[in-house]
Design a protein around this ligand. Sequence first.
Ligand code: GDP
Ligand code: MG
Length: 316
Amino acid sequence: LRGENDESSQSDLIARVLRGDARAVAGLLSRVEDRRDGSCSEILARLYPHAAEACVIGVTGSPGTGKSTLVDRLAEKYLEAGERVGVIAVDPTSPFSGGAILGDRIRMRTLSVHPQAFVRSMATRGRLGGLAPAVGDALVILAAAGYRRLVVETVGVGQDEVDVAKNAEVTVVVLVPGMGDEIQAIKAGIMEIGDIFVVNKADREGAQRMAQMIRAMLPEGRPWTPPVLQTVATRGDGIDELPRAVEEFRTFLGDSPRGRARRVELERERILDLVRERLLTEVLARCPEEELVRLAEEVAARRMDPYSVAEKLLSR
Ligand SMILES: Nc1nc2c(ncn2[C@@H]2O[C@H](COP(=O)(O)OP(=O)(O)O)[C@@H](O)[C@H]2O)c(=O)[nH]1
Ligand SMILES: [Mg+2]
C-alpha cells in the first residue's frame, strides 16, 4: 500500500486534478478545507502554475437577495458558451447545519447537475485564520482542474466574508428594491467593493429608483464607473448583461497599471493570509486549547497579562 503523501501518490493526485477528474478535485478540496494537512501546500504549489487562466467573480450581498439564483443563471450562460464553471458558496451558518447548503443546491438547479460545473459550499465558522485562505486554495484547485469561470458567493456581512471577497478579480454586489435604508447604513463598504452592481428582483416595485440611488452614491472621479444592472434572476431577465459587464471590467483592468496593482495587492494579501494561518497553526500546535483557556483564566483573574502570554506562546 502506498502512503497518502508519498511522492508517486501525490503526483498521481496532481495529474488527476489537472485532467479535471471531479473525484480527485473533490477529495483535494476536502483536504484543503480541513486545513490539518500541511502537506497540501506542496500540492498547491505544484498546481498553482496551472491556475493562471481562470477568472474569479465574487458575488456578494445580503441573504435572500437572490445571489444563488443569479449565480446559477450566470453559470448557465458560461456553460452554454462551452466554458467550465466552478462555484464556491460560502455559507455563513454553522458547518453543522445543512440548511443553507441544501437551499443552494435547490437554487443552483442548473449547476448542481451539470457535468461541466462544480459546486462546493464552504462554512465560515470555527476556522483558524478565517476562511479566505481555504477559499483561495479551493480556487487554485478548481482553476488547475480547468474550471475557467469561478464564482464565489458570499454574504456581504462579516469581516470573514469581506476577506473572502478579496480573492475575486471582479466583485458583483447584489441588491434588491427597497434596500435604501440598508444601503445608507453600509454605504461606504459596499460602494467601495462593487465593480458591478445588480438590482435583482426587478420584478418588484422600486427597482428603477434603487438603481438611480446606487448610481447617485457611487464615488466620483474614478476611472471605472460601475454599471448598475437590473435583473429578475428567477426568470433570467437581464442576465445577458452580467457576463458582458464582467468582460468589460476585465478588459478595463487588462494590463493597465491599475489592474496590475490590483493583482499585486491580491497576492500580497494571499501571502500574508498564508503566513498568518501557518504561524497561528504552529503556535497553537504547541499550546493545546485547555492550556490556552487556562492562560486566559489567569489573565482574566489578573494574575498574568496578555502581552507576556502572547510572548511566551510565540517564543515556544
Ligand atoms: N421575485 C423574485 N424573487 C427572486 C428573484 N431572484 C431570486 N428570487 C427568490 O429569492 C429567494 C432567495 O434566493 P437565493 O438565490 O437563495 O438568495 P441568496 O440568499 O442571496 O443566495 C428565493 O426564493 C428565490 O426564488 C427575482 O429576481 N425576483
Ligand atoms: Mg445563496
